[in-house]
Every structure is written in C-alpha cells, then in structure tokens.
Design a protein around this ligand. Sequence first.
Ligand code: C5P
Length: 237
Amino acid sequence: MARDVIVACDFSDAKTTLDFLEMFEGGPVKRKPFVKIGMELFYAEGPSIVREIKSRGHKVFLDLKLHDIPNTVKKTMAVLSKLDVDITNLHAAGTTNMMKAALEGLTREDGTRPLLIAVTQLTSTDREALENELLIKEPMEDVVMRYALNAKNSGLDGVVCSPLEAQKVHEVCGAGFLTVTPGVRFAEGEKGDQKRVMTPHEARKAGSDYIVMGRPITAANDPVAAYHRALKEFLED
Ligand code: C5P
C-alpha cells in the first residue's frame, strides 16, 4: 500500500462517525480517507462499524493493540481477519511468541492477511515509569528499537512509533519495514496532549510511511480541508 494519511476516528458512536465520514463524500476531490478505528469506537459499536466503514469504500486500520497469551491472540486475530481490515496491531511487549501466533491467526486460508504492526512503547510511558515501574533500565530509544526488531524478526510488517523515531526504525529494521506515526500536528496547531510532534511535511522527511492524525482533522472547522492539507503536506510538498 502506498504512503497515506490515516484519520483517527476517535468517536464514541456510529452515528457521529458516519456523519463525519459523510462529509468526505462528494466535493471536488473524491478521496475516501483511510480510517483508524480504535478501542473506544470498536467497544461501543462492535464489528458492525468496521463492516459499515469498509462497505463505504474506506481502508481501515483497526487499532485494538492486542496483548494476551499467544493462543488467545492467535484466535482473536483469526476473528479479526474476517473483518477484512487493512492494518491491525498488537503490543510488541507480548513477546515474539505472541507476535508469531498473531500472524498465524491473522493469515487466511488463501495466504492473504491484513498488515500487522506492533506498538513498541506507548508514547505516554516516560523514562521514569519505564525504570521505576516496569523495571526496564535501558534507554527508551534502545527499548523501542529492540521491540521493533523483535516485531520484524517475528515477521510483522512494521511498528507504530513517534515520527521522531521513524528514521532510526528504518535504519535498524530496513526501509521496507513500515512506520505508522501518530503525534502529527499542523505547524500552527494545538498540540493537545501530544508532547513530541512533527508536521506532516516533517514526518514525510523523517520517513514515516503512514501518519495518523485525529483531532487536527476531526476537530477542525473544515475537516475536509484539513484532511486535504494533510495529504498535500505529507504526499506532495
Ligand atoms: O488526535 P490525535 O492526532 O492526537 O490522535 C492520535 C491517535 O493516535 C489517537 O487515536 C491515539 O490513540 C493514537 N496513538 C497515539 N500515540 C501512540 C499510539 C497511538 O497518539 N503512541
């Protein structure tokens, strides 16, 4: 799949989500956004919201961040693969055994499967929590790169990471290993709770394969214009 802007639809019900996506129908430039469905919307509405959004022609990144024993994750991934999503994910902290089992579960009988990417360390986990709560003493960057390498060695397609880590991930895991990066803001935009951010243009320079943008698009006065601006800055500028 080509590089793209993924819109995080962090809404709590189907109506709000579908009304939002309706705005992208029609208009001069017809492009249906690649949609990220996270836990909030999935737990509220279940698989039907995924089927509905897919049936409207959107690509879907199902961001459920699985983390459990390998057998449970394998069986869950087998269920998710039937939803025909384009990307889904898990926590690399579940270990290579879990990641390999996930991949097996996700792969359909005909050999096809959605892309599978791993969360390395959540960007909300800081140095102090890593050291004092998780008892991981290595520097954060080393932890992220090791988890990314574990994901690659398990056969996964890429990682979710900060755009600031995208370049290093490509150096360590290869150019073809996907980096999907949230924490993207327009130059003059509010950062919200994202601490370390890049613009779409900077993320492109840093080598992000996909940028994930939520509030800069969903909360914009004109979401369609904001989406097209993100596309332009990420793909063209
Ligand atoms: O609104 P905003 O652009 O900050 O949305 C970013 C999206 O990416 C949210 O859905 C958030 O859950 C997700 N995400 C993130 N940081 C991570 C992993 C996922 O912001 N490390």
